[in-house]
Write a protein that binds this ligand. Sequence first.
Ligand code: NAP
Length: 270
Amino acid sequence: MNQTPKVVLLTGASGGLGTAIAKHLSQNNYKVYGTSRKKQTSQYYIWVPMDLSDKISIEQAINIVMYKENRIDILINNAGIGITGSVEETAIDDLKKVFEVNFFGTVRMIQKVLPIMRQQQSGTIINISSIAGYTGLPFRGYYSATKSAVMRMSEALSSEVQQFNIKVLDIAPGDFQTNIAAGRLYTEARDDSPYYTDYKRILKMIDDEVESGLKPDVLGQKITKILNLKHPKLRYNIGLFMQRLTPYLLCVLPGRFFEKLILNHYKMRK
Ligand SMILES: NC(=O)c1ccc[n+]([C@@H]2O[C@H](COP(=O)([O-])OP(=O)(O)OC[C@H]3O[C@@H](n4cnc5c(N)ncnc54)[C@H](OP(=O)(O)O)[C@@H]3O)[C@@H](O)[C@H]2O)c1
């Protein structure tokens, strides 16, 4: 017997991971409403305009889905942007922009969708963080900070809403082949900066790592499988083996030892 499709609200559906998530869910009997700022036409989702840094547009997007479906079974907070630059030289305004999208935008979505899910007495919220959220990586410290913030908030939220039959999952991807570099905020690498040499080299390494990452389909398939589980875990790390190892190494290795591994990996002076 055909089941009524579950209604998914997915942010950032126009990007690499979002589109792959929409593709696999739509092929598995989910009805996907996908958001982005730029207009999209897709066979995998019904496009809904939404800018995460604009709370009115968030309300409007949720209203559109509720008007059409009168329910939201699954919220996937996937939209996000990157930022690179040293801790010292990154402009506070850029830092605020990234927190606005990656953290406050995610929080705004959750705060608007939760009353609907509580009313339904069911729902699943998936927050897409990053393996970079487990530790501060050089020249990506502020990106790591936004994703750590998402992780900590997800843990608290999960324990608060279990009583309403709402599941919260944190999914931390490693590197995936997407266009995330194109939307990143870059602090300019100035010639007179004391960080110039390291920053230039590491920027290239960061881009190469994204380009040699996993295909977005891997994440789409995995999320589809996770959504079928009766008792999903609180967190999933999805990426290349060495990236998935990071959270475990952080638990067992002394801090300075782990830091040495990072310095060696990025060929930084000690
Ligand atoms: N790719 C990786 O290696 C990787 C690794 C770990 C975690 N992640 C996380 O995975 C998520 C998806 O990343 P991706 O690699 O697929 O990046 P992407 O290709 O750049 O896609 C980003 C998506 O977010 C949307 N977006 C950006 N700013 C927005 C805003 N202000 N309001 C609403 N939507 C906005 C974009 O749509 P519009 O620009 O059209 O609005 C786009 O759909 C992000 O949270 C990212 O941090 C990615």
